[in-house]
Design a protein around this ligand. Structure first.
Ligand code: CA
Length: 507
């Protein structure tokens, strides 16, 4: 990596670099190279002459092909390059780039304080989770949860909170469509989220398509666990029934205590949103360093967002531990290619106006930065949306990249915490599991000083290394998971709605 006070070039073969700050025209950014025009912060500057049709290289990868001749010192914006083809999904390598576990960075701590569960990973919080089978019940449940928090929760000091898990699924949907298995699996697994301690509380309306037997085994469909609004005569009876059921669940949750646990009991997710061209240099590689520390310590890390890894599939395939994992990766990519094609778009429908303002020319550039949050560990398993992992280590969990869809998918997979990288800034948070937000630029942290938990911006200015910020993220993961620190989103109660991924038809 070539880094001056003004620019960062990632790989020696790159013919572009990224501006560390806004650069006026006429700035000498390195010996012999002067900006021909103003270059906005995080945007690309041509280091060499690039002929029309020539590859524009960043991360050592062709982001695209120049539409016209580009002179050294020029600003390269999103209008100046054509998108390359997606990498093929056949003949992908596997196991050709496996970093041995002993070469991963050593974790600074090997235990944390969590709530052990009978099965699956431990919880990072002790919550009463009340899950709806249909959006029709959401209004009642939200009011009921406010009353539970006010009238019951103060009696149970060892319970951290009460969460209404509401979502848009459940009725008005083609429930028998093959792809309905994805949202049904999401609701099923959310009911069993590790932070709910195995206590099941499901509220339905009574006439919806998502019946209890689709999300619960027969032995769990009991009057203690499920409550149907249409069974109750009017408002007061309905509310009282919910409060009575919640009170019994809270009594059980009150018995739970944190205990010292190995990292193998911790599952976290990585996500990014509102990325910029610094995300791939600062925040995402730092998160990747923390991911590597967790994996070395026996923990489990999920990364997702199909459109944001699609262009890096050959690199990810090379990190798959075996052919079966590589094949599952290709399968999930192909499924998503077809899903996008059916909607008349491709992967480049992903970048936002904010991403482009932040210097990301297209999805290839966004993907190269996004992948960095997976660190360097081998990929041991690939999951379909909302599936639970069966292994420990780094896992690719296929989900849409949309922040509010990736969130619930990873929660359904059982994450106890999410680390969220941002360049542009988002107040994103999840109520079911804490979210640590890491920003890519120092200016972002100064602007949102009390909204962003960790700044990785100092990596761009050379004041900190990826290992410094990565270790800081790792430490905060363990503190937040152990309940000794609260990220800003939880301090303020900034929690997004859960939008469950439903690729099946709505009726
Ligand atoms: Ca996202």
């Amino acid at each position: 990596m070539l880094q001056t006070a003004q620019i960062i070039q990632i790989k020696p073969q790159d013919n572009v670099a990224v501006a560390v700050h806004d650069l006026p025209a006429g700035t000498e950014v390195c010996p012999g190279l002067v900006t021909r025009e103003p270059i906005p912060q995080a945007h690309k500057i041509a280091l060499q002459p690039i002929p029309a049709g020539g590859a524009i290289l960043r991360y050592g990868v062709a982001l695209g092909y120049a539409k016209a001749d580009i002179a050294p010192g020029s600003w390269i914006n999103e209008h100046m390059l054509d998108l390359p083809e997606s990498p093929a999904l056949t003949d992908l390598p596997y196991g050709t780039h496996l970093v041995p576990v002993e070469e991963l960075p050593r974790p600074t701590r090997t235990t944390w304080m969590g709530y052990r569960n009978k099965t699956g990973p431990a919880g990072t919080r002790n919550l009463l989770g009340i899950v709806t089978t249909v959006q029709c019940a959401a209004g009642v449940l939200k009011v009921a949860v406010e009353r539970i928090k006010r009238e019951l929760l103060p009696k149970y000091p060892h319970v951290d909170g009460v969460v209404a898990v509401t979502h848009p699924y459940g009725c008005g949907v083609a429930i028998n469509a093959p792809l309905a298995k994805i949202p049904i699996r999401a609701v099923t697994n959310l009911i069993r989220h590790p932070n709910f301690g195995g206590e099941i509380m499901v509220v339905g309306l009574g006439c919806e398509k998502l019946t209890y037997d689709r999300v619960l085994p027969p032995e769990d469909i009991t009057p203690e666990n499920v409550l149907t609004l249409q069974d109750y005569p009017g408002h007061d009876a309905m509310m009282q029934a919910i409060l009575d059921m919640a009170d019994k669940k809270l009594q059980k949750l009150e018995q739970r205590r944190r205990e010292e646990l190995p990292l193998s009991e911790l599952v976290i997710g990585m996500q990014c949103g509102g990325s910029d061209a610094f995300s791939g240099i600062t925040a995402n590689p730092s998160a990747g360093y923390a991911a590597d520390m967790l994996v070395r310590g026996g923990g489990t890390v999920l990364f997702s967002e199909v459109t944001e890894v699609r262009d890096g599939v050959p690199m990810l395939a090379a990190r798959c531990v075996d052919a079966a994992t590589r094949d599952r990766l290709a399968e999930e990519m192909q499924w998503y290619d077809d899903y996008l094609a059916a909607g008349g778009v491709d992967r480049d429908a992903n970048p936002t106006p904010g991403n482009k303002k932040g210097g990301l020319a297209n999805i290839v550039e966004k993907a190269m930065g996004s992948i960095a949050k997976s660190g360097t560990s081998p990929i041991v398993e690939v999951l379909s949306p909302a599936e639970k992992p069966t292994k420990h280590g780094l896992i690719y969990a296929a989900t849409p990249a949309s922040d509010i869809v990736c969130g619930p998918s990873q929660l359904a997979s059982g994450i106890g915490l999410q680390v969220f990288m941002t360049g542009r800034g988002t107040p994103y948070g999840l109520e079911v599991a804490p979210v640590i937000k890491v920003c890519s630029r120092t200016e972002m942290k100064q602007h949102w000083f009390d909204l962003i938990d960790i700044s990785a911006g100092e990596v761009a200015t050379g004041e900190k290394t990826i290992a410094d910020v990565g270790t800081e993220i790792f430490e905060m993961i363990l503190d937040v998971a152990s309940g000794t620190r609260q990220p800003y989103s939880d301090q303020y109660g900034f929690h997004n709605d859960l939008c469950i991924f439903n690729p099946a038809p709505i009726t």
